[in-house]
Design a protein around this ligand. Structure first.
Ligand code: ADP
Length: 663
């Protein structure tokens, strides 16, 4: 078990560990000629070690001794079989976390051909080639045999993925590597951007947690593959010495933090949730400790965390998936790809599976796929939420339509009731008017009757007198009958629409209002210039006009206007006909102007005003006729304007000046 954990630690960290021995020119693969020596005290010189015996490295895989505080010496016997003597050779060490690397190239005569120092402890600017890996030229021109001695001291894992390449090979490999690095970080950049946009769009905090996780993962990767030093933190000692280990622990914390909320482990997997909380705490403590203590002291724990956490999260995902948590499927797929990639990488390093193209990057590819899957998991949640939301909206829409229909029906019923109420109120007024209008002719009839009776008794009523009395009585009876007809017509409930001449309706309305207008000595003026007719219900329109005339009357009486006047204008207006009723009662005060069409709004005494007239008028004009009613103050009074759409094709031109009159 211990061995297994160790292997995991080693292979989680050895992302770049591989040897590519390009032997087209140099004889024999590097592995076969490499041998090593442990310098327990770390004080041996290259002259001393040359006299000591090195242990041949018998394994077929890359050099890796795990975490150790010992100094290691490596020896490689080189045989330059290149046909071209001027070929330039480069030593490339593919593990950017090594702190101190001393290189000694020793010729056959034991003379030191070159001696160089590399590693993260050296300033980046001092590197021979500004690469994230360590690259150094081996001056092997015209030299057939040489010995390469490499001294390595590191707090990181002791591994030495070596390659010796010609300039062309180095260039080719660098290009390939750049392409891969661009693609890899490109994917992360897109995933990051995508999640930032989704966060802005949804404001879902899981996206923030995920963004935090990806960001710390990217930073960790940058520190791990040396690109951090190359592009971002340069020679900053603290970042070089602590950044990588602190970022491992912090990334572990972020992965746990995101997963815990995303999977809702507290609800679906309470036991795992407790374990996650504990590991979260450890990770946080370790990220702080890593920022303080030396790399070598904390890295074994951090590496253990990095190896252990993906497994915990995969298990958590699987448990939660059983609870029909849809997005957990993507989550599990994500972590599985990461772990599968890690296993492939590890198996390859242990020669359990053969090397294939890209095997050295398989873990990075796994992590990129993982991030894509996790993004999909989050996106799936948005999709589900959206579906749920649309469902809710549809249900809401349905009930809303029902409610609106119901409310509309109620409102229509109420409005019909108002019309009836106001009709009844108007009827009361009408009865009063009929009584008033009949009083005079009835009185006259009584007088004629009395005259006729007295003359008859006195023997003075001859034929002529009788005829005269008869025709006078008849005339008054006709008048009384006409009055009844007028009012009966008005109260007909017939609401069928027909083409009406608004001028004629204005005459009707004025005639029906005649009694109270005359009584208040109010003059009227009717100007008709409209030729178009409108399709409306006659009685309702007359009722509206009578309301407006009555309101004008009331205002004139209330304001005690001695020369009160009501003017009605009927004129064509664009696509319809406009009829206005104006008075000279001083206008409507601005603070009530907004409310006068509201139901039950009145400024009159309770026994005089109901607040129904204008509300009902608006209902009739706008709802029944599809027109518009508005009000404005004019100099000295108020003007109500009604616009009704004309039926031009059916309209008959009216040129009857008899409407243009003063009553
Ligand atoms: P009511 O006549 O029963 O009060 P209305 O709805 O017909 O109900 O009128 C509402 C209010 O509008 C009136 O109380 C009055 O204050 C105001 N109003 C209507 N017409 C006029 C007008 N021509 N001049 C001044 N105020 C008016």
């Amino acid at each position: 078990m211990k061995k297994l954990i160790f292997l995991f630690i080693v292979f989680t960290l050895s992302l770049q560990a591989s040897i590519h021995v390009l032997q087209n020119a140099l004889q024999s693969p590097i592995e076969k000629s490499i041998s090593y020596l442990e310098d327990t005290k770390g004080n041996l010189t290259y002259q001393q070690v040359q006299k000591l015996s090195f242990t041949p490295y018998t394994q077929e895989r890359s050099l890796n001794f795990g975490f150790t505080k010992l100094v290691y010496w490596f020896k490689i016997d080189l045989q330059n079989a290149s046909s071209q003597s001027d070929t330039h050779w480069w030593l490339k060490i593919d593990y950017p976390l090594l702190e101190l690397i001393d290189i000694y190239l020793i010729g056959p005569d034991q003379r030191v051909i070159t001696c160089k120092r590399m590693g993260t402890s050296q300033p980046f600017s001092s590197r021979e080639i500004a690469s994230h890996n360590f690259i150094s030229e081996l001056p092997l021109q015209n030299i057939k045999d040489a010995t390469l001695l490499i001294r390595v001291k590191t707090q990181s894992s002791m591994q030495l993925p070596l390659a010796i390449l010609s300039s062309e090979q180095l260039l080719e490999e660098t290009e390939q590597n750049n392409l891969f690095v661009g693609g890899y970080y490109g994917i992360f950049f897109i995933v990051l951007l995508y999640n930032i946009v989704l966060y802005i769009y949804t404001r879902d905090r899981d996206y923030l947690r995920y963004i935090l996780f990806i960001t710390s993962f990217i930073l960790w990767q940058l520190s791990f593959d040396g690109l951090g030093i190359k592009y971002f933190w340069g020679d900053d000692r603290w970042l070089i010495e602590h950044g990588s280990s602190a970022l491992i622990a912090f990334t572990a914390f972020c992965a746990l933090y995101f997963s815990r909320h995303f999977l809702n482990t507290a609800l679906y997997a309470p036991k795992i949730d407790k374990a996650i909380l504990l590991v979260m705490l450890i990770s946080l403590v370790m990220s702080v400790a890593s920022a303080i203590f030396p790399y070598g002291d904390v890295i074994p724990i951090n590496a253990a965390l990095a190896s252990f956490i993906p497994i915990v999260l995969l298990i958590a995902g699987m448990v939660v998936m059983r609870h029909e948590h849809r997005a957990a499927r993507f989550y599990v797929a994500g972590w599985s790809s990461f772990l599968i990639a890690t296993v492939i990488f590890a198996f390859n390093k242990f020669d359990l599976i053969p090397t294939f193209y890209g095997v050295n990057h398989v873990q990075q590819i796994g992590s990129a796929i993982e991030m894509i899957f996790l993004s999909l998991a989050l996106a799936d949640r948005v999709y589900l939420l959206q579906r749920e939301y649309i469902g809710k909206l549809n249900r809401l829409n349905d009930t809303l339509t029902e409610k609106v229909d119901h409310a509309l029906n109620e409102a229509r019923m109420k409005d019909r009731l108002f019309v009836q109420q106001s009709r009844l109120a108007a009827m009361g007024e009408m009865i009063e008017q009929i009584a008033h209008q009949w009083r005079q002719p009835l009185h006259t009839l009584a007088l004629i009757n009395q005259d006729m009776y007295i003359n008859h008794k006195l023997g003075k009523c001859d034929n002529e007198c009788f005829e005269q009395s008869h025709s006078r009585i008849d005339e008054h009876l006709q008048y009384l009958s006409k009055t009844i007809d007028d009012f009966r017509n008005f109260y007909k409930t017939d609401k069928s629409k027909s083409l009406e001449d608004l001028g004629e309706l204005a005459v009707d309305a004025l005639r029906l209002s005649d009694v109270f207008l005359k009584y208040a000595k109010i003059k009227t003026e009717l100007n008709v210039s409209a030729v178009n007719k409108v399709n409306i219900a006659k009685n309702e329109m007359v009722q509206v006009l009578m309301n407006l005339i009555k309101n004008a009357h009331d205002a004139i009486v209330e304001q005690r206007i001695s020369n009160g006047k009501v003017t009605i204008n009927v004129e064509d207006a664009g696509t319809g006909v406009k009829i206005s009723v104006e008075d000279n009662a001083g206008g409507i005060s601005p603070n009530v102007m907004e409310k006068i069409f509201d139901i039950y709004f009145t400024t009159k005494d309770p026994d005089k005003g109901t607040g129904l007239g204008l509300h009902m008028s608006r209902y009739i004009i706008e709802e029944s006729f599809g027109g518009k009613i508005s009000v404005e103050n004019i100099p000295g009074g108020a003007r109500f304007i009604i616009f009704l759409i004309g039926e031009e094709e059916q309209a008959l031109p009216i040129h009857d000046d008899s409407y243009r009159r003063n009553i």
